[in-house]
Design a protein around this ligand. Structure first.
Ligand SMILES: Nc1nc2c(ncn2[C@@H]2O[C@H](COP(=O)(O)OP(=O)(O)OP(=O)(O)O)[C@@H](O)[C@H]2O)c(=O)[nH]1
Ligand SMILES: [Mg+2]
Length: 204
């Protein structure tokens, strides 16, 4: 799929305020700083469509982007940044669970996981939440360009993640290896979205 146009539509704190659910939508979620905004920019080949920050926890609302005038990408606020106030965490939980379980046009959530760190309980817990909400999801490992010299270590983390994941699930969802730096995984993710968009069109 070729991305011809990508535009920021707006930021929302509840899905009812966000654009009418009349086109397929894909959400990007994961720990703060995992690379959600960077991945979105990489997919759209835009440097600063979504806001990338070295400081975690900057994204506080759901940011909608309209792609090719026909589908939405949503950059969601991340989880797991300990320094955020309690009231925000509560608000985040309500907003995220409501969005993930109720958004009618959400086709798939992309759960981003850092490929450079050992499996984190918080990511596995979030995957379990997606299961409870019955939200279809795939796993996107990020930052594949990092630690090239520690390739074995990284492969070890992926195996450990899979083993930890399979303690709660009977099989792995589809996974993608990505890098926002060198565009690894871009074609695969866009192809995946293209197929879901085609299915969506066939069903409306
Ligand atoms: N080397 C490398 N760095 C990356 C990659 N993706 C993101 N980063 C860096 O990781 C940091 C966080 O990236 P963001 O895209 O802002 O992460 P985020 O998940 O949107 O963060 P929040 O919005 O705070 O939850 C930035 O310094 C990025 O440059 C990648 O694929 N490779
Ligand atoms: Mg972000």
């Amino acid at each position: 799929m070729i991305i011809k146009t990508s535009e920021y539509v707006g930021s929302y704190t509840s899905h009812e305020q966000s654009p009418a659910p009349d086109r397929p939508e894909y959400a990007f979620i994961g720990r703060s700083n995992v690379g959600k905004s960077s991945l979105l920019n990489m997919l759209c080949q835009r440097n600063a469509l979504a806001h990338v920050s070295k400081e975690p926890g900057k994204t506080r609302a759901m940011n909608h982007f309209l792609i090719n005038n026909s589908w939405y990408m949503v950059d969601l606020p991340g989880y797991g940044y300990a320094k955020l106030p309690q009231f925000w965490r509560k608000q985040w939980e309500e907003m995220t669970s409501h969005y993930m379980s109720q958004r009618p046009n959400l086709q798939c959530a992309f759960l981003l996981v850092d490929s450079c760190v050992p499996p984190q309980d918080i990511d596995l817990e979030f995957a379990n939440k997606l299961g409870e909400w019955q939200t279809p999801f795939v796993i996107v490992f990020t930052k594949a360009d990092r630690k090239k010299s520690h390739q074995n270590l990284k492969e070890g983390f992926l195996k450990q993640f899979e083993a930890a994941f399979l303690k709660s699930w009977s099989q792995m969802p589809q996974t993608f290896m990505t890098s926002a730096e060198d565009f690894t995984g871009r074609d695969e993710i866009l192809h995946f979205i293209h197929n879901l968009n085609t299915q969506y069109k066939a069903n409306v």
